[in-house]
Design a protein around this ligand. Sequence first.
Ligand code: HEM
Length: 221
Amino acid sequence: MDNTGRFKVPSINIEDTNKRRLRNNTPSVTSSVNASNNLRVSSSMNLNIQHKPLHFGGMTSVNPNTTRGKKVYIKKGFSTINWYELNNESSKIQGNQLISGLGKLIQNEEFIKLNETENLINLQRFVNNYNKIELYKIRPMFKINQKILSEHQEVDDCWCVIKGRVYSISRYMDYHPGGKQILINTCLGKDVSNLFDKYHRWVNVDKLLEKCCVGVYTSSY
Ligand code: HEM
C-alpha cells in the first residue's frame, strides 16, 4: 500500500504465454497480467488465469487414449506449425508424398471398377502417373468404398473417413496434438467422423489434412 492508500502491484513482466510454456515445458499456463502500478486491487484478488493447454512444439497435450486431461508427449519437430509447413501449397512436399498405399490403390480392381464409368479420364491420368497427379486436386474426386478402405488399415498405411472424405493419416499421426496412439486405436480403415466431432468439432479437417485427401467415401459396392 502506498501513501495514497492505493495498493501497489509489483511490476509484472508481460510475457507471451506460448513462449513461456516453451521455455518451461509446462502443460498449463499461468498468464502474466497487464496491470498498471496504480490499479486498485484487493490483496486477496487472484490474478492467476488458467489457459487451455496449447499444443505447439514438442509440448505435452491432452490425451486421447482413455480420458481427457492425461498428457501425451509430442516429439520435437512435430508441432501443428511443423505440420502446416508440410501441408501448404508452397511446401517442399510435392505430389502425393503425404499419402500412403498408392501403389496398392492403382492395382485395386475395385477402385478401377468404381471410378471408370464416371471418372475415366482422371483415372487413366492418375494410374499412369500416380506420384505426380495430386489426388486432392482431382475433380470430381475419386470414390472410395469400404472394400478399398479396408486395404489400408495398417499403422504405416492408414486411411480413414471423416465427414464423407477419405484421408490417409499415417504421415499425420506423429503431429496429432492428441497423440498418435488414439489414432492407431480408432482410425485404421474406419469412419471416425463421430469421434472426430466428439473431441474437436471446431478443427478444420479439410484444411488440416488437405493434401492427405484420397477421395470421397461412398457406401456403394
Ligand atoms: C485424423 C484426423 C484428426 C485430426 C486432423 C485431428 C486434429 C487435432 C487437432 C488440431 C487437435 C488440437 C485441437 C485443439 O487444440 O483445439 C487435436 C486434439 C485432440 N484430438 Fe484429434 N484429430 C484427428 C482425429 C482424432 C480422433 C479420431 C480422435 C479420437 C478418437 C482425436 C482425439 C483428440 C484428442 C483427445 C485431442 C486433445 C483434445 C483436447 O485438447 O481437449 N483426434 N486433434
